[in-house]
Design a protein around this ligand. Sequence first.
Ligand code: UDX
Length: 441
Amino acid sequence: MRISVIGCGYLGAVHAASMASLGHDVVGIDVDPGKVARLAAGTAPFYEPGLPELLAEVGRTGRLTFSTDMAAAAGATVHFLCVGTPQKHGEFRADLSYVESAFEALRPHLAPGDVVAGKSTVPVGTAEDLAARLAGSGASLVWNPEFLREGFAVQDTLHPDRLVYGLPTDDEGVPTPEGDAARALLDEVYAAPLSEGTPLVVTDYATSQLVKVAANSFLATKISFINAMAELCEATGADVTSLADAIGYDARIGRRFLNAGLGFGGGCLPKDIRAFMARAGELGVDQALSFLREVDAINMRRRVRMVDLAREVSAGSIVGKRVAVLGAAFKPNSDDIRDSPALSVAAQMQLQGAHVTVTDPQAVENARAKWPDLKYAATALEAAQDADVVVLATEWDEYRDMVPEDLGEVVAHRAIVDGRNVLDPKVWRAAGWTYRALGRP
Ligand code: UDX
């Protein structure tokens, strides 16, 4: 199958390479010439485990090309829309300008029988609007949301835990003949994962768009739930990690996504719950999602609490204190700093008068571009040199595995705040550290 992938960010670049590895002929298209040049040279423009290897593998087959010219999409049968939908400046709503411009640029290059497959996370109603604009062209639209996690993007794309097709349907909700034809094409695209038994949900446009934001809202709610419990634990001397273990054994609840700490960030969860609330408001059902306001508020409170804990272990003030922040990425195994809780805490402490040095195995360059006023170091030991407080903000393995004695050698004071509840308090305290964490005694 000839495929075009429009938008080569975290989603599109991985999707393009994965589709080529499944045997398709793929062209990735992006407006950023720098990104296209790097991808064309077989280099990943961001850190994503497994992507460099995948680019090298498919590079040898000649099945993957990149271009800045939308005309390169002509001749492909399925066109995946993978552009970003960030939060609109000063509003909760999603900014659909990239979807708009990509779709309009693609339109003149579509042929009858082509399928545009939307992957971007969009407010419900967007697919219906785009489909209406294809009427009479012979091309059709499907919504095919993407659930990949950064850090596991390659695996999640090649072996997804489910596939969702939102097809054009008639008044009874039955796929139209055009919808059936589009489905057949998608089945061909995803023949490999489907043959592995990947569950497939075939539905209408509205449901398919809601699935994505509903899933992310659920995940955000799960994290904020356990972080709310962490607040209760802090007030009572209980331990949120044991609490999470204990409730997580209930299969109906499950232990995954119950890690209390600094909360969620990244390019998806925060903006998706806000855009979902905004869309619900437009639809007149804002009450249905008012709980997401609380989910957001709990999440943001964790960042404030983290700064408070750093202050507590610094004898009541961080003014003039040296603070080492371990982690800048919004989560481990990523260099993505969008809405990173780690950087948000680092910047807050700096603004409040601390001298902050940040380190991260992959995200320092991205962090420096966004927050040039912070100091950066290559390693945890370097960042912690003469530190009054060490703050663990992103749970990279190398920070989880730190030896308290080694770090203790370089700091000025043995005080650590574990923002991700990944260190063993007993071990750190035994080595003479003051250990504090979110939701732990
Ligand atoms: C998320 C969804 O998981 C994915 O399905 C969707 O396609 C895009 O959004 P991603 O943004 O890559 O993926 O990150 P995810 O692994 O979900 O983590 C989100 C944030 O939640 C991170 O900041 C992480 O540190 C935090 N988190 C996660 C917790 O605080 N506690 C947890 O238990 C799990």
